[in-house]
Design a protein around this ligand. Structure first.
Ligand code: PA5
Length: 420
């Protein structure tokens, strides 16, 4: 894993970068000291080296049981309680190597159409439920749990109990009380780890293991980042804050592989919820290239110049397919005949990077040799660490989300919830 921030330094200047780097190092020290804002939620900081073998064993055991009992695991959760797992599963499984069970995510919207289509899909399938909510009170997953639990009991009667897995706070919340009352199998999200930093807790690990991904490798990758990549996190945090100071208030996360779409969604939530407060913060956006070069490309190249990009590029996507050599050149593609798609995609990335820089869009480039469970774990810890640092540079608490309450209050009032 390598990071290149040369565009940002060129765009601003070396001296300004050095000064921002000093701020980032100071912010990282504050993070480690546990004396910064929101320090009650720093459990994720050294989590990769604290995860116990016994806990991994328990998760893998539950995952094996789900795989053996079910065609589908329905994961009920929203925000940090589903994005990490979905990002990992989409990035790390493809049709050629899926060994695990299908995982479907619900409870991350309130669309009746979506819920009915999933219920219909499950009709002739065996399935289990993993309800994930740290607070245990979030309305979207609570609604989904009521609906899917009813369907599960209708199908399996009393045996349904053996197909429900609850991941929640160790002591607090409605879901914990339900576990105590009903005796469902449960897992804990440590009290000192907030939703968007919880992918390496059972919140992310159970669904990821069910999908057939090696969670031990993922944790090893995160451990490696904790040991060896802190400096890179500091550099990234410094570069993006340098851009913010230069009035680049929108950061677009760019990938060149559709399997990374939900990784971007995970990153958007991590940075958006951690930094967007007190009228401050970089707005995190995302594009999937080259697809979005034909939709958002125009704006990025020539719209309001308040954008910088972070490209996460996977050098070897493990494919071998090439552009066929056909007998005539009627499509005009002979200039790339026999070239691998991997090569063409890389040239698209490099060409776009140059064009965007010319259009005043500096690019931070993060290159990965390949995507596997180890690399994925490394990448998520790298971004989590950088997010904490970045929030402290900005002067906000990166571990709370007070603004999320506003929509709930207004919605509850409309729905007639008592007390609103
Ligand atoms: O990062 C966070 O804390 C939030 O995005 C939560 O993950 C999200 O609101 C879901 O909360 P809960 O797990 O309590 O249902």
């Amino acid at each position: 894993m390598k990071i290149n921030i040369d565009d940002c330094i060129r765009f601003s200047d070396g001296k300004k970068f050095e000064s921002m780097l000093r701020k980032a190092k100071k912010a990282d020290r504050l993070l480690k000291s546990g004396k910064g804002a929101g320090s009650d939620y720093l459990g994720w900081l050294d989590l990769p080296k604290r995860i116990k073998k016994e806990d991994i064993k328990l998760i893998n055991k539950a995952a094996a049981k789900i795989q053996q009992q079910s065609d589908v695991l329905v994961v009920i959760g929203i925000g940090g309680s589903y994005l990490g797992a979905r990002a990992a599963i989409e990035a790390l499984t493809d049709v050629r190597n899926i060994k695990g069970t299908e995982v479907i995510f619900v409870g991350n919207n309130i669309s009746g159409k979506y819920v009915e289509s999933v219920l219909e899909y499950l009709k002739d399938k065996d399935y289990s439920l993993n309800v994930i909510s740290k607070s245990g009170t979030t309305v979207e997953p609570a609604i989904a749990f009521r609906i899917f639990k009813e369907a599960l009991y209708e199908k399996y009667k009393e045996k349904a109990k053996d197909r429900i897995y609850i991941t929640t706070d160790p002591v607090k919340g409605a879901l914990r009380s339900i576990v105590e009352k009903e005796g469902y199998t449960s897992f804990e999200i440590p009290a000192d780890i907030g939703g968007r930093y919880s992918i390496l807790t059972p919140c992310g690990l159970l669904p990821i293991a069910v999908a057939g991904i090696d969670i031990e490798q993922m944790i090893s990758g995160a451990k490696d980042a904790l040991k060896n990549c802190t400096e890179m996190s500091v550099t990234y945090a410094a570069a993006r804050n340098l851009m913010y100071k230069s009035k680049k208030t929108i950061e677009i996360m760019v990938n060149y592989d559709p399997s990374m779409h939900f990784f971007t969604e995970w990153w958007k939530q991590l940075y958006g919820e951690s930094e967007g407060k007190e009228n401050k913060g970089i707005f995190p956006a995302g594009v999937d290239n080259t697809t979005d070069l034909h939709s958002m490309g125009q704006y990025i190249q020539e719209g309001i110049r308040n954008i910088f990009e972070t490209v996460v590029y996977i050098k070897d996507d493990m494919s071998t397919i090439t552009v066929p050599d056909i007998s005539d050149n009627s499509d005009g593609l002979d200039y790339i005949k026999n070239k691998s798609l991997k090569y063409v995609n890389e040239m698209a990335m490099r060409g776009t990077k140059s064009a965007h820089l010319e259009g005043d869009v500096p690019v931070i480039l993060i290159e990965l040799e390949k995507m596997d469970a180890f690399t994925f774990g490394k990448l998520i810890y790298f971004f989590e660490r950088a997010c904490g640092i970045s929030g402290y540079i900005l002067g906000v608490n990166p571990f709370d989300q007070p603004g999320v309450e506003a929509y709930k209050k207004s919605m509850f009032k409309l729905l007639g919830k008592p007390g609103y």
